[in-house]
Each structure stands twice: as C-alpha cells, then as structure tokens.
Design a binder for this molecule. Sequence first.
Ligand code: DGL
Length: 263
Amino acid sequence: MIGIFDSGVGGLTVAKTIIEHLPNESILYLGDTARVPYGNRSKDIIIRYTLECVDFLVSEGAKCIVVACNTASAIAMSTLKDAFSIPILGVIEAGAKMALLNSKSKNVAVIGTRRTIESNAYKNAIKLIDDSINVFQKETPLLVPLVEENFYYHKATEMVLREYLDDLVFNVDTLILGCTHYPLLAETIASIYPHLCIVDPAIEVAIDLDSILDYEGIKCEKANKASYRFCVTDNDKDVLSVTKSILGDANNNIITSMEEVRL
Ligand code: DGL
C-alpha cells in the first residue's frame, strides 16, 4: 500500500489525484490534525513530526511514501531519505518540473507557507533544472485558515488573494501552488488572474509515483482491488465530512470512517 502523509487534511488534494491516477493501488492516508499547521513551526519540530508520521506509515506496511505536505517536503526530505529505505516522494520536484514545462516567459511565481518559502526549496529545484528561470516567491499564510473555513469562493479570500498576489503575478505566466490547501482555491485564483497557468504539483506527483512503482517493480496488477484507510491524529467532528468533500462525490464510496491514531 502507498502511504500518503500531510500535516492535516489538505494533503487529501494530493491523495485524490493519486487515487484517480492509480486506481489499483491501496492507500493509507495520515493527516497529523493534532499538530497542524506545520507551516510556521521550527525546522527541528517539522522534521520530528514528519519522522513520526512516516514511521507510522512504514510500520503499517507502506511500500512507498508520498509526502504530500509541501512544508515537510521542503524541510524534512533529506532526513527522511536517510532514515527509511523505501521510496519516498515529495511534492517539490514535481511542482518545479510542471512549472518549467508550462512557463513560456520563464518567469514563475511560488506561494506557500512561511517555512516552505524560507527554505527556497522550490526556487532551488527550479534553478537546478534551468538556471535562467526567474522565480518570485511569497509566503501566504492566511490562505490555509481561509481554506479550512471552506471559504473557497468567499469575498474575504478574494481580498486576501489580491493583497498577496497582485504584485507577485504581475510579470509571471505560471504560479505554483506550493501548499496542499491551495488547489482548493485554484478556481478563485484563475478567475482573478486568467492569464496564469496554475500548477498543482499533485498531478506530476501521481505521474512520478506511477513511474517509481514501475521502476521498483512494486506496482499493483490491474486486477488488484484497492483498499483505502484514512487516519488522523485528532478525529475532530468535522474531519470525516471535510475529507469526503475534498475527495469529491466520485470518491465518496471509498471512505466510510476516519480512524484516530496515536503516533
Ligand atoms: N500541508 C501544509 C503544506 O502543504 C499546509 C498546512 C500547514 O501549515 O501545515 O505546506
């Protein structure tokens, strides 16, 4: 089974894409809802929490890990690769690759949590592939609570987006959504800035995951009946309904309950 980890429920946007792209693969999702958000925490804490979450997924039998959380991918990936021997995939390289494929002007913007932007993870990943790309970055911490309030199309969200993005995207043609929550704002962002190509790294993550499973010889056969398990560290009353809503109507039958786990 594939273990997918996020600091909370935002990573379900990545899980959804993976479930749809790889329907034969069983999924174990873990959202660290007891300790979300990670985006403003210290590096040491992000690394410790991430190790604990991935440890849980591995001990439950994951054959491969997707770190859906951008903050954890930006801060903890090298520690994770040292600590575990199974394939571990983050979201940063996938987002960088997609942006490069889409940008014609070679001017790309990235938004994310404070730690993701401070780490320069996206900028470094893009420059590693093509040093001539101009990368403009901005931390946009208010977007996570707005998404968690389901304010996807709310006028408060539009105001905040304009405040953050008006200057940032003026000269760019591509915007990377460097946080698991932001794909839920993609339609609103597109309606304000129709010139932008909006990059959700999840799509490339699913494609890369497919190749890695193939390469490692651990991809499930077509006949496999996938199973799904969704876990959180704090099963608050709304978690199940939020999960169903993020997974969308088409996937609603794959989740009947949410499990609370201790790490
Ligand atoms: N999942 C986090 C990310 O993608 C956003 C929420 C948080 O700050 O933990 O960066």
